[in-house]
Design a protein around this ligand. Structure first.
Ligand SMILES: CC(C)(COP(=O)(O)OP(=O)(O)OC[C@H]1O[C@@H](n2cnc3c(N)ncnc32)[C@H](O)[C@@H]1OP(=O)(O)O)[C@@H](O)C(=O)NCCC(=O)NCCS
Length: 198
């Protein structure tokens, strides 16, 4: 299934959100969005996202063809959610997309991360990727719940392998799926016609 970007999506609370592919030039918005996260969320992110140059460099991968990001903006244009899939161009893992999703705390439990994930999975398949992998630390319980509901399966645990920025150790949970299997499952879902096409 193809989706047109940008398009609108109604959240469970009735608020309308606009979804669009992010451009590398929007790195300041992404940095600002990640900066608004609560400390507890930032502690579990893989990288130190308080560094603007770092976020800029990561976003530059969009132009290099090794990353796609979908941003969700509220009616004021503020970024309130983001899903990213990134991959390497060469080698063993060139067919595997790594997923990361983040949603603003004021917009949680409204179905946004599920929708963002599904959108980005369709886009990842369009770009030729065949597997999706997500890694997170054990305290990120919501991530495990959502990814399980989306059809990813736990494939590995790296015990105590993550060291967060407060030097606490955590198990890394790895969840994964074949994109084709996932997308077959989603095709049966009801989508608003206006989102399809192009
Ligand atoms: C994980 C995250 C993206 C979820 O975003 P969201 O938009 O609130 O997700 P959704 O609204 O689509 O779904 C929330 C689901 O998680 C469940 N959930 C919420 N908190 C939970 C918890 N602590 N434990 C288990 N499930 C939880 C909700 O009940 C809901 O499930 P349901 O729809 O079956 O009722 C958001 O919490 C976040 O940004 N966390 C910090 C970053 C992170 O952990 N990213 C994941 C790394 S890949």
């Amino acid at each position: 299934m193809m989706f047109k970007f940008p398009h609108n999506y109604p959240l469970k609370n009735g608020e309308t959100i606009t979804l669009d592919l992010l451009k590398s030039s929007e790195y300041k918005d992404v940095h600002g969005f990640l900066g608004r996260l609560a400390d507890v969320d930032r502690d579990y992110l893989k990288y130190d996202v308080s560094n603007l140059e770092f976020v800029k460099n990561r976003m530059a991968a969009i132009d290099q063809g090794t990353r796609i990001s979908i941003g969700a903006r509220n009616k004021d244009g503020l970024l309130v959610g983001e899903a990213t899939v990134y991959w390497t161009r060469f080698g063993w893992k060139a067919h595997i997309g790594k997923l990361r999703i983040v949603v603003d705390k004021d917009y949680r439990n409204l179905g946004l991360s599920r929708y963002l994930s599904q959108l980005i999975f369709f886009k990842a398949q369009e770009l030729g990727l065949s597997k999706i992998v997500a890694e997170f630390v054990r305290p990120q319980e919501a991530a495990r719940h959502i990814l399980g509901a989306l059809g990813l399966k736990e494939v590995a645990v790296l015990p105590g392998f993550a060291i967060d920025n407060k030097l606490n150790r955590h198990d890394i949970i790895v969840m994964a799926a074949d994109l084709e299997n996932l997308l077959d499952k989603y095709e049966n879902m009801v989508w608003d016609d206006e989102h399809k096409g192009g």
